[in-house]
Design a protein around this ligand. Structure first.
Ligand code: NAD
Length: 497
């Protein structure tokens, strides 16, 4: 069995009290690794190491082009290890290997992109009038506390770490206790590529203890969390109390809006992907499929047919399309939500149960589930389930589609399926949603901002904007007049400058 220690100041160290936590395979129910359970004292050590690394400028003091070279070396190392890391992700969180390989093979792009951003970033010299020159530069923030979830363990860690190191910050990462192994490997890989020890530290453990100790620690200069909306509120409140910036990527309830001019097969394939990739455990899951009433029956019939063909099984198998849910607790939450819907009069058109068969007894499987006869009063319309459950609801026209899509506390993402691009853009203008795809879903890119409106969070990841959010402005005003001003040496009217 694997034993994973904390990563502090370039060293692998146990928790100060020796405490550990089990990482359990969602497929076999067996413990696959023991991780250190960091105490508040360990978090303190990690923050102190990050602070030392920031203060002595061992990383931020290096020229940006050299930092970019290190990031490019890390990208190459990561590209060589995609298969190993993908296998480890699959083992710990149960996501099918074909998904993890596809996802991880893109992650070197984040290191390359932010290396390029760091190199091309430059300050500005705004016109402040005669007699003065104003130099504006971006400088790193300091020590960043990062708290990440289990559903895309490396992708989400990478989104935060790549930009934070490119900007010259130091950091302490608290990965999810359900998916901590690959983020720990990332810290080692970055040091192998040339990031100095102490810049990237990882403390593993539970949210209520290790996560809380990090978010409450007085030594961080920014908090960046991806997780559930309630977790985000707690962490953002801490940041508010300490007056430090926070980025929060939180829950969602994404609509998939299908118009009758969209080719049926394409729209069904799109909805299937949106709803069931990662066994439905994504923040942008297409959990509310809205279908124009003129094609509703045909769409639903074909969707149910395709749902019935999805291949559930061992996530390590290349053929598997749907793996187990991440934990027994997650499966119980999903099953309870479906049972509650049933009791409220919703129709379970597909799934709604644990699959039968020996292959499924040890794993946390749940059948891909489609619910119909859902109204906006039902809990399943409103609450994030975070599992393979989607509702299919008809609409008549654009106005009704907008009203339904916006009828949510969340505003993270959504997709529109239509051949009429003008209509697609009209819809985008009216959706209270941060990320909208037209004829696609879940497409992510380091150059494209990723962030939600309403209860889905604050700020965004990716793109130049996230580089800006990992830096602060420093303004230098230079007086270029040949002689100084003696403000108190005269009683004549003067210009305040
Ligand atoms: P979670 O909120 O349970 O945990 C997220 C992280 O926060 C974990 O590391 C956890 O240990 C830590 N944590 C929990 N309580 C804490 C506390 N009181 N103080 C400090 N840290 C604490 O979320 P999860 O189950 O790991 O992930 C699923 C959630 O994440 C879903 O709601 C999903 O929508 C959201 N998510 C959002 C995005 C996005 O980009 N918006 C991406 C992925 C997941």
């Amino acid at each position: 069995m694997r034993e994973a220690l904390l990563h502090i100041d370039g060293q692998q160290v146990p928790a100060e009290d020796g405490a550990t936590m089990d990482v359990v395979s969602p497929m076999t129910g067996k413990t696959i690794a023991l991780i250190a359970h960091a105490t508040p004292g360990d978090v303190d050590r990690a923050v102190a190491a990050a602070r030392r690394a920031f203060d002595d400028k061992r990383w931020r003091g290096i020229a940006q082009r050299e930092r970019a070279r290190v990031l490019n070396r890390a990208a190459q190392l990561l590209a060589q290890r995609v298969d190993d890391f993908a296998a480890l992700e699959t083992e710990q969180i149960g996501r099918p290997i074909r998904e993890m390989r596809a996802q991880l093979s893109r992650l070197p792009e984040w290191l390359e992109f932010f290396g390029a951003v760091a190199q091309t970033d430059r300050g500005s010299v705004p016109d402040v009038g005669e007699g003065h020159v104003n130099l504006i530069r971006r400088v790193p923030l300091g020590v960043i506390g990062m708290i990440t979830p289990w559903n895309h363990p490396l992708l989400i860690t990478m989104k935060k770490v790549s930009v934070a190191i490119a900007a010259g910050n130091s950091m302490v990462i608290k990965p999810s206790e359900l998916g901590p192994l690959v983020p720990l490997e990332l810290a080692k890989l970055l040091e192998e590529a040339g990031v100095p020890a102490g810049v990237v530290n990882v403390v593993t453990g539970a949210g209520g203890t290790t996560g809380r100790a990090l978010s409450e620690h007085a030594g961080t200069d920014k908090l960046d969390v991806t997780g559930g909306t309630e977790t985000g509120r707690i962490i953002a409140a801490e940041a508010g109390r300490r007056l430090i910036p926070v980025t929060a990527e939180l829950g969602g309830k994404a609509p998939v809006i299908v118009f009758d001019d969209s080719p049926l097969e394409e729209a069904v394939a799109g909805a299937l992907f949106a709803s069931f990739v990662a066994t439905g455990q994504t923040c942008v899951q297409g959990s509310r499929i809205l279908v124009q009433d003129t094609v509703y029956d045909a769409f639903l019939a074909r969707l149910l047919e395709r749902v019935g063909q999805l291949r559930l099984g061992d996530p390590a198998d290349n053929e598997t399309q749907i793996g187990p849910l991440v934990s027994a607790l997650q499966r119980k939450r999903v099953a309870d939500a479906v049972d509650r819907s049933r009791a409220q009069g919703v129709t379970v058109a597909a799934g709604g149960a644990v699959p039968n068969g020996d292959a499924f007894t040890a794993g946390q499987f749940y059948l891909p589930t489609i619910l119909t006869d859902v109204t906006t009063d039902h809990d399943v319309w409103r609450q994030e389930i975070f599992g393979p459950v989607a509702v299919v609801v008809p609409f008549s026209d654009e106005a009704e589609a907008i009203r339904l899509a916006n009828d949510a506390d969340f505003g993270l993402a959504g997709s529109i399926w239509t051949r009429d691009t003008a209509r697609g853009l009209r819809m985008v203008d009216q959706l209270d949603i941060g990320i909208v795809w037209i004829n696609d879903h879940h497409r992510v890119d380091p150059a494209s901002p990723w962030g939600g409106m309403k209860d889905s969070g604050i700020g965004s990841e990716n793109a130049i904007e996230s580089f800006h959010a990992y830096t602060q402005l420093k303004s230098t005003m230079i007086n270029t007049a040949p002689s100084g001003t003696d403000w108190f040496g005269t009683t004549e009217p003067m210009r305040y400058s």
